[in-house]
Design a protein around this ligand. Structure first.
Ligand code: SF4
Ligand code: SF4
Length: 79
């Protein structure tokens, strides 16, 4: 029952949720390309990558779910 390895953290915006601790393993940053509305950006690509929602762009989302499919690590959740 140890949860010692469960260090995943979910960062929640209005209706996007990003399990961003998993982005550290990401190599392709496909979320950025996938979202044609420019909602995501990946910071720290040269160290510990982390996907974030660009400020003030969240409401541009049309809930097409292209991004949730594109992210192979299944980090992205949209309500
Ligand atoms: S959200 Fe997915 S594709 Fe984007 S950086 Fe994180 S793991 Fe990579
Ligand atoms: S659901 Fe579509 S519009 Fe919304 S963040 Fe994902 S790719 Fe972008």
């Amino acid at each position: 029952m140890s949860e010692a390895d469960n260090r995943d953290t979910i960062e929640s915006y209005k209706f996007h949720h990003i399990e961003s601790s998993k982005c550290a393993q990401c190599k392709d940053f496909s979320c950025e390309e996938a979202c044609f509305r420019g909602i995501y950006t990946v910071i720290n690509k040269d160290s510990i990558p982390k996907c974030i929602v660009v400020e003030d762009r969240e409401d541009r989302c049309v809930k097409c779910h292209i991004c949730t499919t594109a992210c192979k690590l299944k980090v992205l959740i949209i309500d």
